[in-house]
Design a protein around this ligand. Sequence first.
Ligand code: CO
Length: 209
Amino acid sequence: MDSYKRLLLANKAWVHEKLTLSPGFFSDLAKEQKPEFLWIGCSDSRVPAEEITGTQPGEIFTHRNIANLVNHTDFNLLSVLSFAVEHLKVKHVIVCGHYGCGGVKAALSSHRYGVLDEWLRQIKDVYQANRDEISSLVSLDTQADRLVELNVHQQLRNLLKTNIIQKAWHQDARPILHGWAYSMSDGLLKSLCKIEPGSPIEEIYRFDF
Ligand code: CO
C-alpha cells in the first residue's frame, strides 16, 4: 500500500473512534473554536503539539516553523499571533523548543543550507550573545541543547517586544508567556520560564498605551 493511503485510512478510523465516543464531536467543533493556548513550536515531525500535551482538536492554536522563531518581519507569525491574541483571546502563549533541534544544530555549524541560513541567522545571534557560556560546555550536543534553551528565552523576549502582546497585557492582563523545551529522548516537557502580564519591559521596547 502507498504510504499516503495509510493516512487516509487512519483518518476514517479516527472519525469512527471520535463519533463512537461522542456523536456530536465534529458538529460541535465545527461551530466555533475557543482555544486557550497559542503554541509556537518547531516544524520537527517528532514534536506534535497536541499529542505530547494530551490536548484535543480545538484546544491549541498552532504556529510552527523551523526552530520556533518569533521573527518581527514574519507576517505569517504575526498574523497568527494577532488572531490568537486579539480575536481568540488566548490566555497562554507557549514557545516550545526541543532538545536535538536540527535548526539549532545547523545554526551552530558553518555548513551552508541555502535560504535556511538566513532564517537561522537569529540563532547565531543568540549564540554570539551567550558565547562564553555556551562555548564553555564540553560537547557539541550539550552546547546545542543550551542554545535551544537560550533560543526559547530570546523568542519570548521577541514576543514581549510586539505591539500585539503589550496591547493585550494593557487591555486584558493576558496572555501569560511560557518558554518550554521538549525532550525527544524521554518525551518530557520542561518549563524554562514564564512571563506574567505586567512584567517589566526594557524602556526602548515599551509602547505607550
Ligand atoms: Co527543531
